[in-house]
Design a protein around this ligand. Structure first.
Ligand code: GDD
Length: 326
């Protein structure tokens, strides 16, 4: 039985990845950060209580990481833990950089020392591309990195230190450059789930407006379930590498609002207003990932369309608020 160690197992991708690995017969271990409200520690993995082993841990606590890795001796390590909110990275830039940059170095050091023959996956991000787009309108493995947020800058360090450790210490350490992943388990302060949750509340008479920031940003939105399959596939290769994982389609926040409100038979223009507080000091305007490399070399492709994913989110919030799917 293969053993996997997941940092950020209580997050959106971590919980889907844990489910996927359990299905494949893995013994799954993971760490969650200690939170003062005990019920919030691992709500996304409550249903896996008897199937995963969960420990308190933190990317800033290298000795704790090393001790766990030495004890568990995982075959695969998935580093998904991060301060993952881009706008919030402007509020807490130093914590973001400590966790997302120095934290990667910490776990690499623990891995190198405790279980160097394991395979390592780093959750790199398309936010690292920042303002850079290739002439054909896509971002891919060779696109320059010009990050436009403390979050993006911190992820560039994580990406580079993984490549450095791969070459310097001959570690099987890979980067997945993942574009936005948006399942119902997404935190509702990320834009897709915020839009769907509030639109459903408006439909049910529980809210009367939706306050957003920039409606003209474009994102390539895919489903986390498709993306965790890619993470696992990346670690099944003989050689470590870097891979962009994306749907290859892009839509604006406005297009997404139009679709979601339309599905609920509402006109988004009657409810959506802009609030300055949700704007970012500098914004990544446009994302469209070219995942040709992982599609052709590893045979990965997404199963969810944008519409399937948004419909699933609408159903999920409808069920949550009204107890029925309408
Ligand atoms: N969160 C949020 N809230 N975003 C808003 C809002 C709002 O009220 N209004 C407009 N937006 C715009 C943001 O300005 C951004 O252009 C877009 O919606 C998406 O924002 P988020 O959903 O917060 O995601 P993100 O693209 O910044 O970052 C996500 O994707 C990255 C991969 O590219 C996160 O999951 C990152 O962790 C991930 O690395």
């Amino acid at each position: 039985m293969k053993k996997a160690f997941i940092t950020g197992i209580g997050g959106q991708d971590g919980s889907y990845l844990a489910e996927h690995l359990i299905t494949l017969g893995y013994e799954v271990h993971g760490i969650v950060r200690r939170n003062s409200v005990s019920e919030q520690q691992q709500t996304r993995i409550d249903h896996l209580t008897n199937k995963v082993k969960v420990y308190y841990g933190d990317l800033l606590d290298q000795s704790g990481l090393e001790r766990l890795l030495r004890e568990i001796q995982p075959d695969e390590i998935y580093n998904l833990a991060a301060q993952s909110h881009v706008r919030v990275s402007y509020d807490i830039p130093q914590f973001t950089v400590q966790t997302n940059a120095v934290g990667v170095l910490n776990i690499l050091e623990a891995y190198r020392s405790a279980c160097p023959s394991a395979k390592f996956y780093q959750a790199s991000s398309s936010e690292m591309f920042g303002s850079a787009v290739d002439e054909d309108g896509f971002q891919r493995e060779t696109t320059p990195m010009r990050p436009v947020s403390p979050y993006g800058c911190s992820k560039v360090f994580g990406f580079n230190i993984v490549r450095n450790y791969r070459h310097a210490y001959k570690l099987h350490a890979s980067n997945g450059l993942l574009i936005n992943r948006e399942p119902p388990r997404r935190g509702s302060n990320f834009v897709t789930n915020k839009v769907v949750k509030t639109a459903v509340q408006i439909k049910l008479g529980l809210a009367d407006k939706l306050e957003l920031g920039n409606l003209d940003a474009y994102r390539d939105w895919g489903h986390s379930k498709d993306y965790v399959r890619a993470m696992h596939l990346i670690l099944q290769q003989d050689e470590p590498n870097d891979w962009v994982v994306a749907t290859g389609e892009t839509r604006s926040v406005r297009d997404m609002c139009k679709y979601v409100f339309g599905k609920l038979e509402l006109n988004y223009e009657d409810y959506v207003i802009q609030n300055q507080k949700f704007l970012r000091p500098e914004e990544l305007p446009y994302l469209k990932g070219d995942s040709t490399k992982i599609r052709t070399e590893l045979g990965w492709s997404p199963e969810y369309t944008f519409e399937m994913m948004m419909d699933e989110m609408i159903e999920s919030w409808m069920y949550y608020f009204s107890g029925s799917i309408k």
